[in-house]
Design a protein around this ligand. Structure first.
Ligand SMILES: Nc1ncnc2c1ncn2[C@@H]1O[C@H](COP(=O)(O)OP(=O)(O)O)[C@@H](O)[C@H]1O
Ligand SMILES: NC(=O)OP(=O)(O)O
Length: 309
């Protein structure tokens, strides 16, 4: 299961507010585990775009020779710790409250990417806060190598490279723990990006899309299905147009046609649809895109966007 931004962050980026959002998320997930018709084994992945960008800024603002700023891969690892801690705590408490005996483990997870991935030369992944045009120009004056994009009318955001995952280094450990019926939190923030260099793994500065990593981990962990949770109940064609049409059961072929038509914007619905298609093609199993609010409804009624072969 991949958790979208609204599962963690409201409009208040304080630790307390994010923990409060995750408390509610955890309660939904525990409710789902409790009410599912069959036993549910969960592997959960989450995003980190706002958090990794904010933490990166704190590194720069607070750094000194004795206390140097950490690089982006390390900051990504820090956000796995941060959100993994919050989510594990929230799930433990929600399970205890529901009288369900289940262990929860968050795993620091590395994601293998290709050092020659063209994404390293073309930053696309928005991280951190939104800026006005003036604020953005001030940032560029101080950091000439930073790239910004305008994000859907909401302001400007820094973008960093986002290579595609090739493999998840800790996938065997995730599978082993999952077979003990624990809830596993893994590949948070898409996983810490690593490349193979001279026969060893080394971190690289990037932020991987969590939906692509979730699809890769689901494939490697032999998951029965991939569930991508976001803020909408259904994927739609002609989204936000008078002729918007919600999608229920859809074939991969049909979804690829919609993708080719440009129905899904880059940076929001497109990576989710691409990740879902990739999982279905690799495994022959379904991928679901729906909202956190509807996930229980999906399990009970099958009502969501469900992509099948
Ligand atoms: N065709 C579409 N169908 C449904 N939602 C869409 C579509 N295109 C864009 N969206 C928007 O994309 C959002 C999901 O992207 P985003 O918010 O970036 O994901 P995340 O939940 O992972 O943070 C949805 O909540 C919706 O507002
Ligand atoms: N890493 C990642 O995909 O984070 P967001 O979902 O928060 O953008």
């Amino acid at each position: 299961m991949a958790l979208g931004g609204n599962a963690i962050l409201t409009d208040n980026p304080s630790a307390q507010a994010q923990q409060a959002a995750l408390k509610s998320t955890a309660e939904s997930l525990v409710d789902l585990v409790k009410t599912a018709k069959e036993p549910v084994q969960l592997i959960v992945t989450h995003g980190n775009g706002p958090q990794v960008g904010n933490l990166l800024l704190q590194q720069i603002d607070g750094s000194s020779a004795k206390n140097p700023a950490m690089p982006l891969d390390t900051v990504g690892a820090m956000t796995q710790g941060e959100i993994g801690f919050w989510l594990a705590d929230a799930l433990n408490n929600a399970f205890a409250q529901a009288g369900v005996n289940k262990d929860v483990t968050a795993i620091v997870t590395r994601t293998l990417v290709d050092a020659t991935d063209p994404a390293f030369k073309q930053p696309t992944k928005p991280i951190g806060p939104f800026y006005t045009a003036n604020e953005m120009h001030e940032m560029v004056a101080q950091h000439a190598d930073w790239t910004f994009v305008e994000d859907a009318g909401r302001g400007y955001r820094r973008v960093v490279p986002s290579p595609k995952p090739i493999s998840i280094v800790e996938a065997p450990a995730v599978s082993a723990l999952n077979s003990t019926d624990q809830v596993i939190i893994a590949a948070g923030g898409g996983g810490i990006p690593v490349v193979t260099q001279d026969g060893r793994l080394t971190g690289v500065e990037a932020v991987i899309d969590k939906d692509f990593s979730a699809a890769k981990l689901a494939e490697l962990a032999d998951a029965d299905e991939l569930i991508i949770l976001t803020a909408v109940k259904y994927v739609a064609v002609n989204f936000n147009q008078p002729n918007e049409q919600a999608l229920g059961q859809v074939s991969v072929n049909q979804m690829e046609t919609y993708l080719a038509e440009g129905q899904f914007p880059a940076g929001s619905m497109k990576p989710k649809v691409e990740a879902a298609i990739s999982f279905v093609k690799q495994t022959g199993r379904p991928a679901v895109i729906t909202s956190l609010d509807n996930v229980k409804g999906y399990l009970l009624n099958g009502d969501a966007t469900i992509i099948n072969q």
